[in-house]
Design a protein around this ligand. Sequence first.
Ligand code: GLU
Length: 554
Amino acid sequence: MENTKLLELSALIFPDLDDCDTIESLEEKFPERNLPEGTKVTRIAPSPTGSMHLGNLYGALADERVAHATGGGVFMLRIEDTDDKREVPGAVEKIIKYLGGFGLNFDEGATAQGDFGNYGPYRQRQRAKFYHIVARKLLLEGRAYPCFCTEEQLEAAHKAQEAAKDNFGYYGKYAIHRNMPIDEAIEKIKNGEKFVLRFKSMGDPSKKTPFKDSIKGNLEIPENDQDFVLLKSDGIPTYHLAHVVDDHFMRTTDVIRGEEWLSTLPWHIELWAACGFRRPRFSHTSQVLKFDEEIGSKRKMSKRKDPECTLEFYYTTGYPRTSVIEYLMTLLNSNYEQWRSANPDKNYREFPFSTNKMSASGALFDIAKLNDISKNVIARMTAEEVYEGVSDWAKEYDEEFYSLISRDPEYTTNIFAIGRGGKKPRKDFSCWSEVRDFISYFFDETFKVNENEYPENITVADRKAILSEYAQVYKTEADNNGWFETVKILSEKHGFTSDMKAYKADPTAFKGSVADVSTVIRVAITGRQNSPDLFAICNLLGEECVKARVSAQA
Ligand code: GLU
């Protein structure tokens, strides 16, 4: 009798399901993956509700490395789009584009060309039936029930809990619909009353269960007693039910997710068990933190306060993807830097990645360190690679600069060749948007001289005399020595010594030194006091250009 009533209730709650929609049918449709022992299956499961942030990339890189570091694993992209009110149009495409742009390619999941893989669909909204199948099983086994509480009732309970200093939530005596007779529930549903489907917890929070987290270590988790919501009133699952169903039927071996889920882990432990599914391994990643100078302590990164928090920032600012990945690897695994110094030329993919080496307490983001790493990454690139990186970036984010540098790609590549290679390559820039200013003097359109750059200790008359003569005598030299010889002769002629020892012994005996004269010339040609090797710059600019610039300043 009771059983017939339960079936009637279930038919009312799940009109979309018929008898063939069973757990067994799902088990058959999504069988265990036929993978060698130890192979990992991971996923990232972003919600398309806003811009991606660094934490997403941090987590995604961990997922990708766990799946691929030992070879043969599967890395999936699952779109958690159950909150359609907060969904931002185009967010899914951005997730795919941004993560792909960092070289994190998915083996399965939502792709720009649609879903790919045998364990889909990979977008939660298209998986409604699967959640209902599992929810129905829980209902029929007495582990779920409809709850008709209104907002007002829930609020009143919350207030009563506050006054009684009780825990918040729907449990124990506060779970007023938990034991409602089935007839009554049927009646209410027939009358069109709104309801949610709640989990029926059997836990006792005074008891603890051991739980092994691959990052946080061995934990003691109190049992759950909350009758949390499985299905919302529109039949859409909460994260709690959805992740269990998805990770079970997608055959995820390792759930790597943010530590904000630790607080509801007791719910999940009980739900996995109630469903009768084998739980995957869990790794809860620490948040990415930042040191806030203003408050003098660490805090969570925020999209509102920290531009570097969004992934968009790395694209618009033009960080090479290898720099960002390289930096995140140092944040992810404490032994990465050591490995990198021992293996400077290896690809990061060769590093033996491990969740055990992830920080349990928080990864501290430091943009100065990223810039440093990026400078090293760029310094190791060939001139051709730098040209490619800069022009790909400029094409999208700085059209004017793009047209300048792509007019003569060989010329621009030669700019990047100056000071490159050799034991101590120059480390000028950390991202592509810094390049424009750095190389502006190589193009007449962007070259300009700021008078203030000229050394103060040289009179305008001396400066002009030096430049006027240099314009006369300058010619392309075969080597640096020949070039410097001309500058020395010129210096002596104008009362600036090229004998640095003599100059140091008595600076008052001279107007200045050859270094001052070089600076004057450098400013006239490049507009600045600091630049890469001036001889190389002059050769690239060409005799005509050098002479024209110098005489214009004479
Ligand atoms: N959509 C969830 C989030 O963005 C996914 C958590 C998980 O990876 O399980 O936090």
